[in-house]
Write a protein that binds this ligand. Structure first.
Ligand code: FMN
Length: 169
């Protein structure tokens, strides 16, 4: 049976949504994607996702886009257990924000880890100041992420800690 992926996005000016849709289109023959905005998503639906891919940009001073804020706050308050969830995050940001680069994606990542979800593949960041090849590399990353999900779990496998980086939350 094909893997089912819940792909959620939080976007302010549309790029994260475009990336989410491009990933789902590019990998449609390899898995069943359900792409949804975090704007209206119920917390229980988020928490019920087994294979979760989050694409989120960053706004304000390292904040989530508005459309993700309600859901994020609800999750933080209710702390549903997500130990049965495997996830990956594609974060969008702008490296000229030296102190808060990619914090939108990093916040989702920190929250998912706190709720007990297991990270598969390290956070992938797309920099608004970076080269055009990044979008294609994000698709490659998503393909590898999907392959890692499909691979049989290695006993005792632990999520890899992220290398030195400011962690929000
Ligand atoms: C007002 C404003 C504030 C931003 N703040 C940050 C930030 O704190 N950190 C960061 O990495 N990027 C920041 N960005 C960059 C956006 O995250 C980046 O342009 C992203 O590609 C936008 O994606 P979206 O169209 O999906 O919202 C900011 C952009 C704007 C316009």
């Amino acid at each position: 049976m094909a893997l089912e992926i819940d792909l959620f996005f939080a976007s302010m000016t549309g790029k994260a949504q475009r990336i989410a849709e491009a990933v789902a289109n590019a990998l449609a023959s390899e898995a069943r994607f359900r792409v949804r905005s975090t704007e209206t998503l119920a917390m229980v639906e988020f928490a019920a996702a087994r294979n979760l891919l989050m694409v989120s940009s960053t706004f304000g001073a390292g904040d989530l886009p508005e459309m993700g804020q309600r859901l994020f706050a609800e999750l933080l308050r209710a702390q549903p257990s997500m130990t049965g969830t495997r996830f990956g995050v594609i974060g969008l940001g702008d490296s000229s924000y030296i102190r808060t680069y990619g914090f939108g994606g990093r916040r989702w990542r920190a929250l998912l880890l706190k709720l007990g979800a297991r990270e598969v593949s390290e956070l992938f960041l797309i920099d608004a100041l970076g080269d055009e090849g990044q979008d294609a590399r994000a698709l490659d990353w998503a393909r590898r992420w999907l392959a890692a999900l499909g691979a049989p779990a290695v006993a005792g496998e632990q999520p890899r800690p992220e290398p030195a980086a400011r962690t929000p939350e």
